[in-house]
Design a binder for this molecule. Structure first.
Ligand SMILES: Nc1ncnc2c1ncn2[C@@H]1O[C@H](COP(=O)(O)OP(=O)(O)OP(=O)(O)O)[C@@H](O)[C@H]1O
Length: 255
């Protein structure tokens, strides 16, 4: 069995006693695009932060390419790419400089880094801004640059939090093709989103997260995705209410 590109195994985490993730298990195999979809506050970013090694979950295990993301070796980090929270770009450097820098940090030699940076500028439609400082870019172009920095080394494991949130239709199409191409070349990709139509076009598997829990799967090619999403969320709320009532009633039934 191949090692999953990304994996959460029974991960739970609370913030100040409030659960953000509740026994979440998620496996992203090489060659697959998995979308994590949920309402605001469902726990998507927290799950991605655990995989990026930025948060140590209270319970459970996070793995990137089979290893603890908090202690990734240089060679494994060079096979991982992610944009979680804000894109990791240097505001004072130009678009091209940022891309070259990201390529070098991911282990590419200087000539390859320069060539890859140029190809990425073209591939993400950033040519008019290639010499602009990142600080001066529009939100959408900054998002394109962040995605470029996270993908130009063609990672084996990739994670993108809301990758198309600021993009125009052209940017959405470019990023969709980029993600699909990386997965077709063997990368395991996890994307988080609120946009069902968007993830339906890109994902092999759609995981619905609600109140930190995996509450079911949606078929990417299926119809009425929105309706089925809300049905899942409402069912999960009803189950949680029933559990709460049971817990309150339990001590009385023993008295
Ligand atoms: N650093 C933090 N401190 C306290 N609470 C937090 C922190 N980060 C997240 N939370 C809480 O954890 C829960 C899950 O948040 P998370 O950001 O993972 O949700 P999300 O699904 O990414 O939401 P959105 O779609 O709005 O980005 C929320 O209730 C949020 O308020």
């Amino acid at each position: 069995m191949t090692v999953p590109a990304l994996m959460l195994d029974g991960v739970s985490h609370t913030f100040g006693g409030r659960p953000a993730l509740d026994r979440l298990t998620l496996i992203v195999r090489p060659g697959r695009v998995v979308a994590l979809i949920g309402l605001n506050g469902a726990g998507k970013t927290t799950a991605l932060r655990a995989l990026a090694g930025r948060l140590r979950p209270g319970h459970g295990t996070a793995r990137v390419l089979g290893h603890d993301p908090v202690h990734l070796s240089g060679s494994l980090a060079a096979r991982f790419g992610h944009v979680v929270d804000a894109p990791l770009v240097y505001p004072e450097l130009s678009v091209t400089e940022n891309l070259r820098c990201a390529a070098r940090l991911h282990g590419l030699a200087r000539p390859a880094a320069a060539a890859t940076a140029d190809a990425t500028v073209d591939g993400l439609g950033l040519d008019p801004w290639r010499h602009a400082r990142a600080a001066t870019l529009s939100a959408g172009n900054r998002q394109r640059l962040g995605i470029g920095c996270a993908t130009l080394h063609r990672p084996g494991a990739l994670m993108l939090d809301e990758p198309t949130s600021a993009l125009d239709p052209q940017g959405v199409v470019l990023v969709r093709a980029l993600v699909r191409g990386l997965a077709d070349d063997g990368a395991g990709v996890l994307v988080s989103s609120h946009h069902l139509d968007e993830v339906a076009r890109i994902a092999d598997e759609i995981v619905v997260l609600h109140a930190g829990r995996d509450v079911g799967r949606l078929e990417p090619g299926g119809t009425d995705l929105e309706q089925r999403f809300f049905a899942m969320v409402l069912d999960a709320d009803a189950d949680a209410d029933a559990e709460r009532v049971e817990r309150i009633a339990e001590p009385r039934s023993h008295s």
